[in-house]
Structure formats: C-alpha cells, structure tokens
Design a protein around this ligand. Structure first.
Ligand code: B12
Length: 215
C-alpha cells in the first residue's frame, strides 16, 4: 500500500530528501499521479499556507515545502507530460505570473496539464509586467493568455494586464484567463474584464478549451 500520507507529511514539513523515494514508491505501486498531486501535495501546501498565516512558520519553512513539492513534481512530470506528445495541437497558450509575484508552482502545474491535453504552452515566467504579456502573446501567436496571481497585492497588476490586452491590437482576438489563490472569478471576470477564471489545473484545461471553442 502506497504511503500517501507520508508524501503529504514530507511536503508539509519540507523533507526534501525523502520525497523522491516516497513518490517513486507510490507510482511503482500504481498510485494515480493526479491524485498524488491534488489530494496530497496541494493539500500539504494549503496546510503550509495556513501555518504561515498563523505565524507558526516563516518564509524559509514555506520555501522548503515549495522545494520539496517541486522535487516531487519532477518525478511525476514525465508521466503526465507523455500523454500530450501524441495529441494534435489544440491551441497556443502563453502563461505567466503577474508583476511583483514570484510564485510559480501552481502556474507550472497548469502548464503541465495543458501540455498533457495537447496545447502548445509557452511559460513566460514570473514577475511579468503587463506589456510583456501583450508582446509575448503577439509574438507567439497566442490563442489564450493565462495570468497567475497568488498575492492580493497583485490585484492591480492583474487588472492592468487585462486592460493592456483590451487597449491593444489583440483585443477580442486573444482570450485572457486568470487563476491563482488571490483571484476570485468575480474579481477576474467582473472587475477586471477577463474572459475566464479557473480554480485549478484541471479546471484551467476545461475553461481554456471552452474559450477556444467560442472564438
Ligand atoms: C509556497 C509558497 C511560497 C513560496 C513560493 C515558491 C514558488 N516557487 O512558487 C515562497 C516561500 C517563495 C513564497 C513567498 C511569499 N509568499 Co507565499 N505562499 C506559498 C504557499 C504556501 C503555497 C503556494 C503554492 O504553491 N500552492 C500550491 C499550488 C499548486 O496551488 P496554487 O498556486 O493555488 O495553484 C493552483 C490554482 O490556484 C490554479 N492556478 C494557479 N495559477 C494559475 C494560472 C491560471 C492561468 C489558471 C487558469 C489557474 C491557475 O491552478 C493551480 C493548480 O491547481 C501559499 C499558500 C496558499 N494557500 O496559496 C503562500 C501565499 C500565497 N504566500 C503568501 C505571502 C504573503 C508570501 C510573501 C509575501 C511572504 C513574505 N513575507 O515574503 C512572499 C512573496 C514573494 C513574491 N514576491 O512572490 C500569502 C499571500 C497572502 C495574500 N493574501 O496576498 C499566502 C496565501 C500564504 C498565507 N496564507 O498567508 N510563498
């Protein structure tokens, strides 16, 4: 029986040395890679966020958990990515984390899920200013642009990025989708005027496929 709780515990406590063996053992025993990510690793990160908020842990501990999750994801990534390589291209997505924000784990999971669903995805990184989103979308022929935002201080940058698209030659041509713990559907769509919002990586694939179908 795979020890999934030990995976959660390793991410939660930032035990990076243990994670590769634990994840590999779970995979070898037939555990579903998506389940490992969604039900154990992401749940562990939620606990980490709550402990940080309660001032029980600080940035270095949060960083150790993040690194542990990333190391664990490196073991799972090739398995999930494999399914996308045999599919026909569904569309092109340019994705980045908004200005001032360095969080990348959630965005990178969205990249992985989109790639495994047949999208061409160009990850333009973190701390991306609005004008860079627009330039890259134009240069790379994006159908959809994804904005990730984890910090509420990033709200003005989400808004400015959506507005930069509206005021550009790409208005109406490129759809903008927002996600990340800081953005609600109401803020993204009603306040900022984005075309869509998704709560997680699986939802992101559904929302983006729908948006491409509409254009
Ligand atoms: C790990 C972490 C860090 C790591 C980041 C490492 C990394 N490489 O990403 C480090 C230690 C560097 C960090 C730093 C900081 N952090 Co931090 N961090 C977290 C933590 C614990 C987990 C985030 C995470 O990776 N979750 C797991 C992933 C899988 O989930 P996710 O990001 O939500 O992504 C999913 C969905 O949101 C969605 N999604 C994400 N992006 C996108 C994009 C699109 C287009 C779509 C459609 C969907 C989508 O799909 C993803 C997959 O399911 C959160 C807590 C939390 N609850 O979010 C705090 C949290 C985000 N951090 C917080 C803070 C305050 C900070 C700091 C300001 C701390 C400080 N004092 O320095 C700095 C800011 C640095 C900066 N400028 O960015 C606060 C933000 C509070 C707020 N209201 O703004 C949080 C919420 C913690 C808390 N509860 O207080 N952090």
């Amino acid at each position: 029986m795979a020890d999934m709780e030990a995976i959660k515990e390793a991410v939660s406590k930032g035990k990076r040395k243990e994670i590769v063996g634990l994840v590999q053992a779970a995979l070898d025993q037939g555990a579903d890679p998506q389940k490992i990510i969604n039900d154990y690793m992401i749940e562990a990160m939620k606990e980490v966020g709550a402990r940080f908020e309660a001032k029980k842990i600080f940035v270095p501990e949060m960083m150790m958990s993040a690194r542990t999750m990333q190391t664990g994801l490196d073991v799972i990534r090739p398995i999930i990515a494999e399914s996308g390589s045999q599919q026909e291209k569904v569309g092109t997505v340019v994705i980045g984390t908004v200005f001032g924000d360095l969080h990348d784990i959630g965005k990178n999971l969205v990249v992985l899920m989109l790639e495994s669903s047949g999208f061409e995805v160009i990850n333009i990184g973190e701390n991306v200013p609005p004008e860079t989103f627009v330039e890259k979308a134009r240069e790379l022929g994006a159908d959809v642009v994804g904005l990730s935002s984890l910090l509420t201080t990033g709200d003005p940058h989400v808004k400015a990025t959506v507005e930069a698209f509206k005021n550009s030659d790409l208005a109406g041509k490129v759809k903008v989708v927002c996600g990340g713990a800081a953005v609600t559907p109401k803020f993204a769509v009603e306040t900022c005027g984005a075309d869509g919002h998704a709560t997680d990586a699986v939802d992101a694939v559904k929302v983006i496929i729908n948006l491409i179908g509409q254009s």
